[in-house]
Design a binder for this molecule. Structure first.
Ligand SMILES: Cc1cc2nc3c(=O)[nH]c(=O)nc-3n(C[C@H](O)[C@H](O)[C@H](O)COP(=O)(O)OP(=O)(O)OC[C@H]3O[C@@H](n4cnc5c(N)ncnc54)[C@H](O)[C@@H]3O)c2cc1C
Length: 469
C-alpha cells in the first residue's frame, strides 16, 4: 500500500492546480489519473476564455474568484511561461431581449467592480468589428477578457507541481474509496493508496467518486457542446472574443485563439445516454450545422471552408438529489455557484463549469489550503518555486534567434511540422518531459494542430518518439 498525505483524483486543470498549490506546503501529494496524460477531460475541450467576471452575480463565489483570477492571470502565465492574450470581448445583440441581457450584465459587472467595461451602441460596436452583420442594437465591451490554450496551462501546472514534488500516476483509475484509520483507502486496478485527505477533482466523474464513500447529494446531468475550428488563415476575421446574445436564446461565441485560429462554438444540446455514461465528448451533426448557420448569420464573410477540425465537450451540470425509497431523485434547483463539499477529509469539486478554467489556480489554492490544514501539514515548502520553463517555441523567434539556436543544436533546424513550424528539437523536449504519443506531443508543442491536422508530421513524430532522437 502506498501512503501519502493528500491524494488527488483527476489530473485536469483543477487536479493539477490543486497539486501545484499543495506543493507550497511541506506535504506529500499523489495525483491519480485514469488516462495516460494530463488534460484529457473537460480541461482540453472548452472555449479557452479568461472571463472578466461580469457574467456572474456580484457576491457569488464564482464572481469573486473570477475577478480575482482575471487580475492575477498575467502573473500566473508569466510564472508558468504560458502564452496569454487579452483581446477583450464584445457581447453583441440584435434586439430587445439581448439588449436587456447586456444591460443587466453591465450593471452586475459595475456593481461587482469588474474593470474595463463599457456599454456601446450598435454603430460603435460595428466600427470595432466590421465583419459582424450590421444591425447590432447594443454591445458590452470588456477590455480584460483574455484567451489561453487550456491544455498549455494545464500541462504547465502539472510540470510545475511535479518539479515541486507532487507525484503523478497515469493510467490509474480509482475504482473504490473506503474510510479507514482516520483516512481513506483508494483502490485502483493496480496499487492501493492510503491518504489522510482526498481531493476529488474527477470532473465528469466527481459525483461517482464522491459516492464511493458518501450518500448521494449532488449528481451531474451533462449537456453536450460542439465546436468548429477554422485555420489560421481565417482566424483574423474578428479581433475580439465575440459573444452573440441571440433573441431566441441561441447564441454564438467566436474566439480568436492565442495560436491565431478562430474557434466557433459552443452549442448547448441534450447529451445522449451513451455520451453521458462514457463521458464521451463527441460532436453531433445537428450541433455543427447550427453553428454554421449562426456563423453565416453573424459573420457572413467567415470562410467556413477553412474548417480544420471539430470537437465536442460535456458540461458537468450539478443538481442536488435526494433519496426516496432507495431511488435517487433529481431536484429542480441546479447549483449555480461553485462549492467545495468537505466531508471529514474528502474534498469534492463537483460540477465546476465555466469559468473553471479562469479560476483554476484560485480554486486549486482554496482546496489545497483546506486539504493541507485537514492533513495537519501547513509548514511551508521552503524550496517551492512557482516558475516553470516552457519548451522554446521556434515559431515565435526572430531569424537571428533561430539561427543562434540552430548553431547550438542542429535539431532546431529540422522542421517536422511545416503547418505549425515545429522543429525536431521541440518534439524531443516534449518527449523528455514525458510525452509518449502523438497526442501528448501535439498538446506540448502545437505540432499537428495546423491545416493538415498532422497528416504530414504524424509518422515522423511517432518515429522520433520511438527512437528518442
Ligand atoms: C463546453 C465548456 C466550455 C468551457 N469554457 C470555459 C471557458 O471558456 N473559460 C473558463 O474559464 N472555463 C470554461 N469551462 C470550464 C472549464 O473547462 C472546467 O471548469 C475545467 O476544465 C474543469 O476541470 P476539471 O479538472 O474539473 O475536469 P477535467 O479536466 O475533466 O479533469 C478530470 C480528470 O479526472 C479524471 N478521472 C475521472 N475519473 C477518474 C477516476 N475514477 N480515477 C482517476 N482519474 C479519474 C479524468 O480522466 C480527467 O482527466 C468550460 C467548460 C465546458 C464544459
Amino acid at each position: 500500500m502506498i501512503s501519502t498525505d493528500v491524494l488527488i483524483i483527476g489530473a485536469g486543470l483543477l487536479g493539477c492546480f490543486t497539486a501545484r498549490n499543495l506543493t507550497e506546503y511541506d506535504i506529500d501529494v499523489i495525483v491519480l489519473e485514469k488516462e495516460d496524460d494530463v488534460c484529457r477531460g473537460i480541461s482540453k475541450a472548452n472555449t479557452g476564455i479568461i472571463y472578466s467576471g461580469y457574467d456572474h452575480k456580484p457576491g457569488s463565489e464564482k464572481h469573486k474568484l473570477c475577478v480575482q483570477a482575471n487580475e492575477a492571470f498575467d502573473r500566473l502565465c508569466h510564472e508558468l511561461e504560458v502564452p496569454f492574450r487579452r483581446p477583450g470581448s464584445l457581447m453583441i445583440s440584435y434586439g430587445p431581449k439581448g439588449d436587456a441581457v447586456i444591460a443587466r450584465k453591465y450593471r452586475d459587472g459595475i456593481e461587482g467592480g469588474v474593470q474595463g467595461l463599457s456599454l456601446l451602441n450598435g454603430s460603435e460596436a460595428e466600427a470595432m468589428e466590421p465583419a459582424l452583420a450590421k444591425g447590432i442594437t447594443s454591445a458590452l465591451y470588456s477590455s480584460e477578457t483574455g484567451t489561453v490554450d487550456p491544455w498549455e496551462l494545464c500541462i504547465a501546472a502539472y510540470e510545475n507541481a511535479r518539479e515541486n514534488g507532487a507525484q503523478f500516476v497515469f493510467g490509474c483509475c480509482v475504482t473504490g474509496i473506503k474510510r479507514k484509520d482516520g483516512g481513506f483507502i483508494a483502490e485502483t486496478q493496480g496499487d492501493t493508496f492510503f491518504a489522510k485527505t482526498v481531493v476529488n477533482a474527477a470532473g465528469l466523474s466527481s459525483d461517482v467518486i464522491r459516492e464511493m464513500s458518501e450518500k448521494p447529494l449532488i449528481r451531474l446531468f451533462p449537456t453536450a457542446a460542439d465546436y468548429i475550428v477554422l485555420d489560421r488563415s481565417a482566424g483574423s476575421i474578428v479581433d475580439h472574443v465575440i459573444f452573440h446574445e441571440g433573441e431566441d436564446g441561441k447564441g454564438l461565441t467566436l474566439v480568436p485563439t492565442v495560436d491565431g485560429n478562430l474557434l466557433i462554438g459552443p452549442t448547448n444540446r441534450e447529451a445522449s445516454e451513451g455520451e453521458t455514461k462514457a463521458c464521451d465528448m463527441r460532436t453531433d451533426c445537428s450541433g455543427l450545422e447550427l453553428l454554421k448557420a449562426l456563423c453565416e448569420e453573424i459573420v457572413p464573410d467567415a470562410d467556413l471552408s477553412k474548417q480544420i477540425r471539430t470537437f465536442g465537450s460535456l458540461r458537468p451540470n450539478p443538481y442536488f438529489v435526494s433519496l426516496c425509497d432507495g431511488d435517487v431523485i433529481k431536484r429542480e434547483d441546479n447549483i449555480k455557484d461553485i462549492r467545495i463539499t468537505e466531508e471529514n477529509g474528502l474534498f469534492s469539486l463537483i460540477g465546476i463549469k465555466t469559468p473553471g478554467l479562469t479560476f483554476s489556480n484560485e480554486l486549486g489554492k482554496a482546496v489545497a489550503d483546506m486539504a493541507a490544514a485537514y492533513a495537519g501539514k501547513t509548514e511551508p515548502n521552503t524550496d517551492f518555486d512557482p516558475h516553470r520553463k516552457a519548451i522554446i517555441r521556434v515559431r515565435d523567434l526572430s531569424e537571428e534567434e533561430r539561427a543562434d539556436l540552430i548553431c547550438s543544436d542542429s535539431a532546431y533546424g529540422e522542421v517536422v511540422c511545416p503547418c505549425m513550424d515545429v522543429t525536431k528539437a521541440e518534439i524531443l523536449q516534449a518527449v523528455k518531459r514525458g510525452a509518449h504519443d502523438f497526442e501528448s506531443v501535439k498538446r506540448r508543442t502545437g505540432a499537428g494542430f495546423g491545416k493538415c491536422q498532422g497528416s504530414r508530421c504524424r509518422r515522423r513524430i511517432m518515429d522520433i518518439i520511438a527512437k528518442g532522437e
